[in-house]
Ligand binder design. Sequence first.
Ligand code: ME8
Length: 513
Amino acid sequence: MAKKPYYITTAISYPNGAPHIGHAYEFICADAIARFKRLDGYDTRFQIGTDVHGQKMWQTARDLGITAKELAAKNSDEFQRMTDLLNVSYDRFIRTSDADHHASCQAIWKAMEANGDIYKSVYSGWYSVRDEAYYDESEITLSDEGTRLGPQGTPVEWVDEESYFFKLSEYQDKLLALYESQPNYILPESRRNEIVSFVKGGLIDLSISRTTFDWGVKVPGDEKHVMYVWVDALTNYITGVGYPNTEDELWRFWPADLHVIGKDITRFHAVYWPAFLMSAGIAVPKAVFGHGFLLNKGEKMSKSLGNVESPFGMAEVYGIDQLRYFCLRMVRFGSDGSYSHEDIVNHTNADLANNFGNLAQRSLSMIFKNCGGVIAPGSDFNAADEALLALCDGVIEPCRAAMDATHPNEALDAIWSVLDEANRYFDEQAPWGLKKTDPERMKTVLFVTAEVVRQVAILTQAFLPASAEKLLDQLTINAASRDFASLGQAGRLAYGTVIDQPQGVFPRYVETT
Ligand code: ME8
């Protein structure tokens, strides 16, 4: 049977500076979902990338005395290096400077124009370069210092220029109908409510081109204008699956199943994007998930506070899977989450080193030392063995439900409840004591524990890919037996399997000072 397509994307980051841990957080969470779907038998496509155009990029480059093209290339390389380091399993890392992307943007523009939704006029209003967003007068507030700020707290400036407009005002009813007919279009629910009331408040036409700089995709037929960066940025999602060539074999992935984005850019994805798509006659995505922000000890990260952390530095200090684990388990996806050094150390030591790592190391070492590395049949299973195996065989169900609900932390909770139980079992059965008294029973206990390690390693490939792979290698599980079809009875460890010498995969973090 043909595999079912599943298309997941992240936001594409502005590479106007170095990547920070907030960027890494989004890539890691989306990666866990993509990996999970792949392991669960879906024909999965996962796209990430960089959003290289717009006034912010152009101004940053100018301030640095380099061209926007140079800045985009250099920093996009850094973003890609970061995602590679963190084992983000993307199928395409798109850069909006890619040639096929320019063609795709021009095609969607022409389709919206052909539908009568684009006209030329003059834009006079407030613009935030930091957010690359136009705001209505009613959304502007004054800071204590008298600076005008947009709703995200960023400074706005007055813009007066000739511009093309998109008839967003005509999409109010269609958008409200979309939110009604696809209740999961905007997730989580709190963000959906915000958007519904924003749209109910009325929509004004959107300025979609700029003339005061030329760093962007040219407007077809009027090259004095470049497209507003969000028209260009959002279109990346369809460029990556072949648009405008809907005969392309990648087009099977459209509409996307899930756009993973941060809460600050929900409006662009929940209002502008479906309106552009409807105008161009393209199906709208199935769901947009606006996650929360990662806060450093409860504070928003900002250059001025000096608390912007580099994912490269954090990966080096804590380890890659440790950092992934923290992002995935300790923050409920959708809510803001605070992190501190102490939290990361405590959780990764307790859950990875002492729990999962210790179970694997203790059981596999005993097999290696006492059974010549051979997984051997022992006595018949007793009730404790059967209960643990049944718990482990069934854990895929709550994991699937949690991942479908976009809650990786809950999937990890379910997996860790199996590990807690397995550690308890191992301590109670005390196989080290059985070595002399009942060696057959010892073999059974070691078999059951190794089987739990096998299944947890298969499941955790979605979350902790490098460590899970090492464990599966130690258990000598072949590549074809590492997906979710091999969970449970279907892939039970075979008697006679010879394991490799076990090596600890989750070292304890030890303070150096
Ligand atoms: O918004 N915690 O790019 P960007 C969690 N180019 N997520 C965070 C975060 C934090 N502290 N800081 C930022 C853009 N993010 C546009 C997107 S998509 C077609 C265009 C998230 O580099 C942010 O919410 O400012 C967004 O989803 C992503 O990182 C890129 O942010």
